[in-house]
Ligand binder design. Structure first.
Ligand code: AMP
Ligand code: ZN
Length: 146
């Protein structure tokens, strides 16, 4: 099985067949500016192996990719004193707003609560009984390691 998919835009960024504004790379990961620049400095971190989404990671790949994220996040932050925080977002599946099906982590610098990034968690806690939450908990528990 090839590590890269010749039809994948991010695999082409890995091989430099498509140019990118790369801020970091090593044998395992590449980090480059997201062309949309949702906020200034918006960066994507990708594994240098074609995996579509988080469900395809094994522990070793996860450890390798996640291990690099704090260093890259600190470099982004250090590059601009106006950065006050950062959202790290990973979309998995079209329903979750994934549009490029090579797994990637968005590092989105935050400047003010009114900058161009938004995320909304609805509070549905009033709709759940303790029994319903326990049922969900136990169902997830039972599938660990599947
Ligand atoms: P997602 O919606 O989570 O799959 O995010 C895909 C991201 O890839 C979007 O934010 C796009 O702006 C970004 N993107 C697509 N093509 C390129 C490219 N050639 N260089 C940099 N970023 C890209
Ligand atoms: Zn790919």
């Amino acid at each position: 099985m090839s590590k890269l998919d010749p039809d994948c835009i991010f695999c082409k960024i890995i091989t430099n067949d498509i140019p990118s504004y790369t801020v970091y790379e090593d044998d395992d990961v590449k980090a480059f500016l997201d062309i949309s620049q949702g906020t200034p400095g918006h960066t994507l971190v990708i594994p240098k192996i074609h995996v579509a989404n988080i469900f395809e990671y094994d522990e070793q790949l996860a450890a390798t990719v996640f291990a690099k994220i704090p260093m890259i996040a600190r470099a982004i932050q250090a590059a601009n004193p106006a950065i006050k925080g950062m959202n790290i977002v990973n979309n998995n599946g079209e329903v979750a707003y994934q549009s490029v099906f090579h797994s990637h982590f968005h590092l989105v610098p935050r400047y003010t609560s009114k900058d161009d990034f938004g995320m909304f968690f609805k509070d549905n806690s009033a709709n759940y009984t303790p029994e319903q939450l326990t049922e969900i908990q136990e169902s997830i528990n039972s599938h660990l390691g599947d």
